[in-house]
Each structure stands twice: as C-alpha cells, then as structure tokens.
Design a protein. Sequence first.
Length: 247
Amino acid sequence: MPNERLRDALLRNGITPEQVAKATEVDPKTVERWITKARTPYRKHRHEVAAMVRESETYLWPDAIGPERSAEVSGSEIIKVYPHRHAVPRELWNQLLDRATSEVEILVYVGMFLTDDRNILRKLIRKANDGARVRLLFGDPASAAIARRSTEENIGKSTVSAKIRHTLAFFKPVSGVDGIEIRCHGTTLYNSIYRYDDNMIVNPHVYGFQAPHAPALHLRRLSAGDLFETYSESFEAVWDVAGPPKW
C-alpha cells in the first residue's frame, strides 16, 4: 500500500519526489518506492525527509522506530515541567508566539489568560498574513461538558460558560481573517494544548483544580519522538468534531 502520509506531506509543502531525491542523494525511483510501495528509508534519509516536510518520523513511518528508541527520544522532547500553568513565564509565552512562522494551534475551554496580552490579536493577524495557519479551539459554552467542568471546579455550573463567552467576544475580531479559523468543541478536555511550530505547552487537567493550578509541560518536537506527535494528533481529533462558534 502507498504511504499516504508521506505523499500528503510532500504535496502540502509543494515538494516533488525529484527534490527529495536530490536532497537525500538517492535515485528518484527510490523516492517513488517510498511513496507508492511504502518502503521505509534508511534512518538518515527519514530524518532528512521529515525535516523537509516538518513532520515527525513516527508520523511518516509509524513502524520504523522501535518502542524503546521512541520512548527514549520522546523523553528528550520534554524541555521543562512546571508545577502549575501560572508558573510558565510570560516571557516564554510571548517568545513562542513571536517566533512561530507556520503553525499556531490552541485547544482550551476558556484560555482567558491569553487576553491579558493586549497585542495578541495584532500578532495573530500578522502571523496569518505572513502565511502561518492559526487555529483556535474554545469550549462550546452551551455544551454539557462545559457545565460539568464548571461544577467539578467548584465555581458554579455556569461560570466557565460565561468565561468562554467573554473570551470568544475578545477573539471575534480576527475570525474573518484569512489564515485564522476559530471553532468550538464540546469534548471532554483532558489537556489544554498550545502549539507554536515545533514548541508546545501542554496543560494536563486535574480533577477539582482550575487549569492555572494544574501542571504544564514545555515540549519541543523531535523527528523520532512520539510525545509531541501524540498531543498534535489529539488536537486534530478535537478539531475534526468541532464547529463554528455561535457568536
């Protein structure tokens, strides 16, 4: 069977098999076999191709890396663990957004702390105008999952919904900008995810605690790692079932 992930990654990035062949110094027919017959390249070639298409090796070739090696590399993707999300320095949030050039992805229920940066809308518009893809996922304030989370956090059944509506009103001005898309979801949120290119802040949720008081992980994507990719796929799963906000 063909390697559809590799084929799609090349198409999305406008890269031809001939360009891959030249970069990896292999015959173009070899690259065609990687795509059409799902042949697995040598390790050095996997790394080069993954870098070209900005995907992980584990995504492009899930069976190529053994579990022990994948676990070892994935551990190296953890840059720092913070005991609470509010302990993540504001300078780091600003730096990650400022340096992002291709992907900004945010999955939250509320994310109201993001509105503390009064320049964030202008930054997102500039990112989109420069070619970045900006995708923002907020909770659906009318969903049962939101009412349940609000109750579990001991702040009243409708408090989280009210916070979401406030945040949506803040971000609404960028909803019509090319390159920026906003959706709402009613899934159970196990982790808030903030991705900026190959960096990610993951905020695992803890029962009975509000998100700022739960831990946070700073991850940096490695080609042969699997941790960053796991959270990235989780974002995609929620994105696929989310819909437009009811402004």
